[in-house]
Design a protein around this ligand. Structure first.
Ligand code: DGL
Length: 253
């Protein structure tokens, strides 16, 4: 059984890739909807939530954990690994490395929550994998909350996306890293602004491949999905079709 969690709906983008890579596995998805968003919280607050959820999922029999949240990974993946040394933990980090390898202009940007944008982990990732590349880090407060409220048609969101992304394109950025799992659901809106001038970089498939490697030894499941949320669990199921993930609904146990 694979436990996957996020502050809310964002990690469902990673879950979709995991289900595709491991169709026979059983999953538990936990959305911390009582505490979303994480992006404006302190590292200590995020660590407390990550340890509580990781403990709960381990207690429910999960033998592999996927932290489907860049913010939680940056603030707390080390603490989670230390708390559960016998359980493999896969984190999600912005795709700086693929973006730096693929860019032609030598200019890339990362869209992230405020917490991830200022995290030591992101800045180390940039130092380690984007030597000689111009990396612009753009914090995007409020975007995850729009996804969470399923307010994807809100004109205020569309104009904030344009306001943040247009200047990046004007500077010649040709790879834009989705540094928050919620932003995968904003890809259509982002691509409307980008209009072919840059490519989005999403690591969901790479995370799923890593989880598949680490799950080799796990017993096969029945392809079931258990949904949990710290508030309004019913909204999680209802959100699936709204996020174009209706194909996951028949798996829900
Ligand atoms: N989905 C999360 C991430 O990847 C966090 C969004 C939030 O709760 O602020 O960063």
């Amino acid at each position: 059984m694979i436990g996957v969690f996020d502050s809310g709906l964002g990690g469902l983008s990673v879950l979709a890739a995991l289900v595709q890579a491991l169709p026979q596995a059983d999953f538990r998805y936990y959305a911390d909807t009582a505490h979303v968003p994480y992006g404006n919280k302190s590292d200590e607050q995020i660590q407390r939530r990550v340890l509580a959820i990781g403990g709960e999922l381990a207690g429910m029999g999960c033998d592999l954990l996927v932290v489907a949240c860049n913010t939680a990974t940056a603030a707390a993946v080390q603490a989670l690994r230390a708390a559960h040394p016998s359980i493999p933990v896969v984190g999600v980090e912005p795709g700086i490395k693929p973006a730096a390898q693929e860019t032609r202009s030598g200019r890339i940007a990362v869209l992230a929550t405020e917490s991830t944008a200022k995290s030591a982990r992101l800045h180390k990732l940039i130092r380690d994998h984007a030597d000689g590349i111009d990396v612009h880090v753009e914090p995007c407060p409020g975007w995850a909350t729009h996804v969470e409220m399923l307010q994807l048609d809100d004109p205020a969101l569309a104009s904030d996306i344009a306001r943040r992304v247009e200047p990046l394109l004007a500077q010649g950025v040709d790879r834009i890293v989705l540094g928050c799992t919620h932003y995968s659901f904003l890809a259509p809106l982002l691509n409307q602004v980008i209009g072919g001038r840059a490519r989005l970089v999403d690591v969901a498939d790479a995370v799923a491949r890593q989880a598949r490697r680490l799950s080799d030894h796990l017993p096969h499941g029945g392809g079931r999905l258990h949904l949990h949320a710290s508030a309004h669990p019913e909204r999680l199921y209802a959100a699936l079709p709204r996020l174009n993930l209706g194909h996951l609904a028949p798996r829900v146990a």
